[in-house]
Design a binder for this molecule. Structure first.
Ligand SMILES: [Zn+2]
Length: 210
């Protein structure tokens, strides 16, 4: 059982109060005036993206239990080293959400939970498929995920803007890693991945060097 102490500011009387939250306690009242200051909602599970230094691609799956324990469970089967949780997205129906993600990423599917995608691209894709923020995001890939997302947003804006006032179409924006993967057949993705370092830290440097 996870137990947390949270510090809250009451919106009614501005008093600060501390409350204990756990699996069994999901509400907190203000210690001074009794107003309800917090109501926590428990999700049924998460959809996760995990990566491994020595394995190309990522694992995308779901668990109703501790995602970090799940990472330990699937580590150490054959390959030395361990899987790291890159992102975990909260879900009220993890099985349904996992199926949705797997269907949308079918072109990069290798086997079971294994997908031939760079961790950063995978996290950005799952985020857009499920249309929600991750409950956990690995600090090392956070800047690269934000960067990729910003590029996508600008690209989407450019698409809506069309030709400018002079009637001259804007030059096409440079091809992003995202485009590269979406245009590739699975075989090409595998070739590309084998030529490029799979670890996210190195991918970040690639992303920022251009
Ligand atoms: Zn109060």
């Amino acid at each position: 059982m996870d137990v947390y102490q949270v510090t809250l500011i009451c919106a009614e009387c501005r008093c600060e109060s501390k409350a204990i939250l756990s699996n069994a306690v999901s509400e907190a009242l203000c210690g001074a005036c009794g107003a309800k200051v917090l109501k926590a909602r428990r999700f049924a599970g998460v959809v996760y993206v995990m990566s491994h230094r020595k394995v190309s691609g990522v694992k995308i799956g779901m668990t109703r239990h501790d995602v970090f324990r799940r990472a330990k469970q699937i580590s150490g089967t054959g390959v030395p080293g361990h899987f790291t949780v890159m992102a975990a997205f909260p879900s009220s129906n993890p099985m349904k959400d996992e199926r949705k993600v797997h269907e949308r990423l079918v072109r990069a599917h290798l086997a079971k939970e294994h997908f031939e995608l760079d961790p950063v691209v995978a996290v950005a894709k799952v985020r857009s498929i499920l249309n929600r923020e991750p409950a956990f995001l690995d600090r090392d890939i956070e800047p690269a995920v934000s960067q990729l997302r910003q590029e996508q947003r600008q690209k989407a804006l450019g698409r809506f803007a069309g030709p400018d006032a002079t009637g001259v179409a804007k030059p096409p924006s440079p091809v992003s890693q995202e485009d590269l993967f979406s245009r590739m057949e699975p075989k090409e993705i595998a070739d590309h991945a084998s030529r490029t370092p799979s670890h996210s830290a190195r991918f970040i440097s690639v992303l920022f060097s251009s």
